[in-house]
Design a protein. Sequence first.
Lengths: 126, 126
Amino acid sequence: MDTLNFEKSDDRLIPAIVQDYKSREVLMLAYINQEAWQKTLQTGKAHYWSRSRNKLWLKGESSGHVQIIHAIFVDCDQDTVIYQVEQLGDAACHKGYRSCFFRKVVDGRFETVGELVFDPEKVYGK
Amino acid sequence: MDTLNFEKSDDRLIPAIVQDYKSREVLMLAYINQEAWQKTLQTGKAHYWSRSRNKLWLKGESSGHVQIIHAIFVDCDQDTVIYQVEQLGDAACHKGYRSCFFRKVVDGRFETVGELVFDPEKVYGK
C-alpha cells in the first residue's frame, strides 16, 4: 500500500482535484485527510474533509449528488490527487453549477460563463 | 477588479490547478499568493509561490518550460483557480513527465502510467 504525504501542511490536509472522467472538465477542488482517503478507496465514492464544518464529508450526502470514482491519480510529491469521477446529478457546485469554476477572469473581472444545472434552494432548502 | 480570497489559510496561499488548454489534461497543482496572481495577470505567464524555496516562482525560469496563460477560471469561494495553459517544452513535471500526475492508484498502489518527455538531469543538471 503506497501512502500520501499528509504531513506537509499543518492541518494534515491535501487537495483533491475533481475531474469529470469523460470530458476532463475540472468540477471542484476539495481537501482530504487520511480518513477521507481511506473511505474513498473503500467505498468508491468521493469523501473529503470539510474545512468549514470540520468533519468527514461524503460528497452528495445532502444533495444526493454523489461522485462515483472511476480513477485516481497521484502527483510527484504525493501531496495532491486527482479524482476522476462520474458526477451524479450533473452538478458538483453547491451553487447549482456543473463546475465550481463557473467564472472566467476577463480583464481582471470574474464573469459567469458556467452552466447552471439546478436551483440550490430546491436541493438544499433555504 | 474582482479579488481572490487569500485570507482563508494561515499561509495566505491558494491552490492553482494547471490544465492543458486544449486537451484539458491536468498538468500540476501549485500555490499562488497575491504577488504571484498579479504577476500572472500582468505577464500572461504562470507565476506561483514556491513553498519549498519560499519565493516567487516563474514556472520555467530554469527549465525554459514556461506556461502561457490562455484562460483563468475562479471557483465559487474565490479560493482556488484554474490556469488553462500552453505548456512549452511539453512537460510540466520536474521529473520529466508531461503531467505531475503520472501515477495511477491501482489496488492501493501507485503505478506509473504517464508519459516521460525529458531527462531531468539534462534539463536541470545534477
